[in-house]
Design a protein around this ligand. Structure first.
Ligand SMILES: *Cc1c(COP(=O)(O)O)cnc(C)c1O
Length: 456
């Protein structure tokens, strides 16, 4: 017998949620209920750790700010109506701004036609996007495999490199200290941070880490590996380390890595999940150095901040590893029509509005002011650095970084302080940020730094 009421509470609850989704704004009472419900559900069903973390970011009672909507290309609004300039950019997903109309339009039109693919017939947008990526990416990068996230792109890249090198007897993968490549078991093996890795050991065997930015150390470990028979299959690195604290390597580093890979028959994997699609002032960060990897990892901003989308783009030489059996590596949702529609519209927006150029220009404006702030507050700030609109303050101490992030949050600017290391705070706005907003953020930063100094 079917118990009609068995799911009654659930459907009633969902009805309420769907009604809320359909509303433009909430009344004061609805707002209070909404906030309480979300906070309680985070505590009881998501992870209470998030609430503890939020408290540490903003201890003024506003810690449980619940986001409600994107309010303009570069701002978002919480459910109490507070607006924030987004200088965190979802850690780099909003390159074309929040709710970019061209991306929304493409996704809506594809949604009305066919949101997901049959998995059997040839799905058109995958092929059309792959062609665009081949044209957009530098050098001989040609074939694309599509994913739903950065970590999946890195997994695909690692498998591609391993598959390619298997017959050559090369199995070691060299990554770098400070690297972030994702948190699934394969990509986590390449990620460098002990706190993320330690609880899940042993990870995938054959990974080594060497100091980032140090070409001599890289040459030495490659030679050492060959000496003991652990020949190097691939080197994976970020052109600028994002999560590692916005570390820009010496200008000759990437070219030297390219040369080393060519000399030793090593696959060069560049992880541009965060730096790709204009973030650093060029369409891809490797273009600053005239370097093309054998495999390029993309994700984050690829779906225009609307649909999750990622890809690995590889040379024919590398990708041909999968020609004989294209089912060696697959993904049900990777390259789905909504993601491809979003990516195509995103790329056109980047080009039409020269957003890489905007990132270079606005990045310079902001970094110049950040360096001026460093000179004004040397007691608080150790360094200001960046490339394009991927920038960071490194503070003298963790506590100062926390205080800065909190102060910015309370004054309506989201910055990317992290729980693990608040010493470095990232500033990573949409590439659509206006000049006015750049200055507003820096004026706010100055006021907050003044406040932090006075509180010491
Ligand atoms: C964010 C990031 C990843 C992981 O991407 P997810 O979509 O979170 O899996 C990988 N590499 C780099 C460089 C990143 O910044």
């Amino acid at each position: 017998m079917n118990d009609d009421n068995r799911y009654g509470d659930i459907t009633e609850f969902i009805d309420g949620v769907l009604t809320t989704i359909g509303k433009e704004t909430l009344t004061g009472d609805e707002l209070a209920l909404f906030n309480d419900e979300v906070v309680a559900n985070f505590r009881d069903y998501v992870n209470p750790g998030f609430l503890e973390y939020r408290k540490s970011v903003a201890d003024d009672g506003n810690y449980a700010a619940v986001e409600w909507r994107s309010s303009s290309p570069n701002t978002l609004m919480d459910s109490r109506g507070n607006t924030y300039i987004d200088c965190l950019g979802g850690f780099g997903i909003y390159n074309v701004g929040h709710r970019n109309p061209a991306v929304l339009k493409a996704v809506r039109q594809q949604m009305d036609k066919q949101p997901l693919h049959s998995q059997e017939l040839l799905d058109p947008l995958r092929a059309l996007l792959a062609k665009v990526l081949a044209q957009l990416t530098p050098g001989g990068l040609q074939y694309s495999f599509f994913t739903n996230s950065g970590t999946e792109s890195v997994e695909a890249a690692l498998k591609l490199a391993k598959g390619y090198q298997a017959s050559r007897g090369k199995t070691t993968v060299i990554s770098t200290t400070g690297a972030f490549h994702g948190k699934s078991l394969g990509s986590l093996s390449a990620t460098a941070k002990s706190v993320f890795r330690k609880p899940f050991m042993p990870l995938v065997p054959g990974f080594r880490h060497v100091a980032y930015g140090d070409i001599d150390a890289m040459r030495k470990i490659v030679a050492d590996c060959a000496t003991v028979g652990d020949d190097v299959a691939a080197i994976i690195l970020e052109p600028v380390q994002g999560e590692g604290g916005v570390i820009v390597p010496p200008a000759d580093y990437l070219p030297a890595i390219r040369q080393l890979c060519d000399d030793e028959g090593i696959v060069m994997i560049l992880d541009e999940v965060q730096t790709g699609f204009g973030r650093t002032g060029r369409m891809f960060a490797c273009e600053h150095y005239g370097v093309t990897p054998d495999i390029l990892c993309l994700a984050k901003s690829m779906g225009g901040g609307v649909v999750p989308a990622g890809a690995v783009v590889a040379t024919e030489e590398l990708f041909s590893t999968l020609f004989e059996n294209p089912f060696l590596h697959t993904s049900t949702f990777g390259g789905n029509p909504l993601a491809c529609a979003a990516a195509l519209a995103t790329i056109k927006e980047l080009i039409d509005n020269d957003l890489p150029g905007a990132a270079a220009e606005k990045g310079k404006v902001m970094l110049d002011r950040m360096i001026a702030l460093k000179d004004e507050f040397p007691d608080l700030i150790l360094e200001a650095r960046g490339q394009g609109l991927l920038m960071a303050f490194e503070f003298q101490e963790n506590d100062i970084g926390y205080a800065f992030s909190k102060g910015m949050f309370d004054r309506g600017v989201l910055v990317a302080g992290t729980l693990i290391n608040a010493k470095t705070v990232r500033i990573e706005p949409p590439l659509t940020i206006t000049l006015d907003q750049c200055h507003q953020v820096m004026d706010t930063a100055r006021a907050v730094l003044q406040e932090v100094r006075n509180s010491l």
